[in-house]
Design a protein around this ligand. Structure first.
Ligand code: PHE
Length: 397
């Protein structure tokens, strides 16, 4: 399997450090605790293995890399304060190269080869959907930090997520277009290879029509495309007041540029799939003034968010995006559930995750509902001066 050398090396270095620190401090704590005679020679307690399958390379590499950094930071902190159930956590990350089918293989490896007690992943809904049946069949809980398509958690009772779902996100942006931007005629341009994009387009369409709006063009593309002028020309002819583009950052930047070139000067609107520094890098001035919904805003004035942003910046030298924050929260929720479960067996862990209530995360208060989803507020971000800025928050009903 091909792995981006620079990233995997950094990833391993981080694991190594987290692990050594974790064992060291954990051992020190154990030594002070009751019956802490175990702690000699660093062989105190076997680590608890957690798997992360992620797009560490490929088309949507920033998704996997950010999530991995968020998770590693959480684990390092957890290990630094003694680990879980007297044991350090060990993260094993497996790259799926942003390829749907490889997400399944990556999950299988973690389950079978590494015998992980839980899986974290994926960001892209299609890849979570490809892997979830493996976790379900193995009786090992899987928590997707960021997949928003409703079908993901419907796979079974071992599959959870720490984010809101797209019927909500789609409605947020439809209401925003209608109510805030006063858009009556909208075009949609979605990626029909991604469950996320197909679903978000559908939920947006539904709410926008219910509000009284008109969808004047409904165009599609495929992940990996670089040429969008045909669809954009059709859209231009339909004369919309805004274009909803519920895709990933890879294509978004190019779509925005080509739209401007064709003289389409109406705002582009999107969802969380836009969240990457690459949107700004690829899109440049072409994405200025546009809006998208997301899970969190790095420039929020919440002290909890600001502390997180500072620690993350100190560690990685960049501003954490939503995936970093969601990865951090997903790992925190898993550790919290392990403590409440008292052991790491699949059924106990599953029940404990399902019972998560009012977990105080960086991305908000997280309660897992009966469908194993999280009910959380959304934010709308605006792209201005080459940065994402908090524009408003939208409360989950
Ligand atoms: N919600 C997207 C999906 O389900 C993934 C995503 C989450 C992208 C958060 C960016 C930020 O595919």
């Amino acid at each position: 399997m091909h792995i981006d050398k620079a990233f995997s090396a950094r990833g391993r270095a981080a694991t190594g450090l987290g692990f050594v620190l974790g064992v060291g401090l954990g051992a020190a704590l154990l030594a002070c605790g009751p019956g802490g005679g175990e702690a000699s020679g660093g062989g105190a307690a076997a680590p608890i293995k957690i798997g992360h399958f992620a797009s560490l390379t490929g088309d949507t590499a920033t998704f996997g890399q950010s999530t991995d950094r968020g998770i590693r930071m959480a684990i390092q902190e957890i290990n630094g304060s003694g680990g879980v159930l007297g044991r350090p956590l060990e993260l094993i990350s497996e790259d799926d190269r942003s390829v749907t089918e490889e997400a399944r293989t990556a999950a299988q490896k973690l389950l079978q080869r590494d015998q992980v007690v839980a899986l974290l992943g994926e960001v892209a809904s299609s890849r979570s959907l490809a892997a979830a049946p493996e976790a379900q069949r193995s009786g090992v809980p899987m928590i997707s930090p960021a997949s928003t398509n409703p079908k993901v958690t419907e796979v079974g009772d071992y599959i959870f997520r720490t984010c809101f779902i797209d019927p909500f996100q789609g409605a947020v942006m439809a209401r925003f277009a209608w109510g805030e931007l006063k858009v009556k005629r909208v075009a949609i341009l979605f990626d029909f290879k991604q469950d996320y994009s197909v679903g978000l387009a559908e939920f947006f369409r539904k709410t926008f029509k219910e509000l009284g709006g008109e969808v004047v063009a409904d165009e599609r593309y495929t992940s990996g495309d670089i040429e969008f002028r045909a669809q954009l020309t059709t859209i231009r002819a339909a004369n919309p007041q805004a274009i909803f583009v519920p895709g990933y950052y890879t294509e978004l930047g190019l779509i925005a540029k080509q739209a401007r070139e064709l003289g389409l000067d109406v705002p582009l609107l999107g969802g969380d799939g836009w969240d990457s520094a690459k949107t700004l890098e690829i899109g440049g001035p072409a994405v200025e003034g546009y809006y998208f919904s997301n899970h969190y805003a790095a420039d929020s004035d919440s002290p909890k968010v600001q502390e997180f942003v500072k620690r993350y910046r100190d560690k990685y030298g960049e501003v954490p995006d939503a995936m970093a924050a969601l990865g951090y929260d997903a790992a925190g929720i898993l550790a919290d559930a392990m403590r409440r479960a008292g052991d790491t067996s699949g059924p106990h862990l599953r029940d404990a995750i399902a019972a998560t209530k009012d977990y105080d995360g960086v991305t908000g208060r997280i309660t897992i509902d009966a469908q194993r989803n999280a009910h959380k507020d959304a934010v709308v971000l605006k792209i201005e001066d080459g940065q994402f800025h908090f524009f408003r928050s939208v409360t989950a009903s």
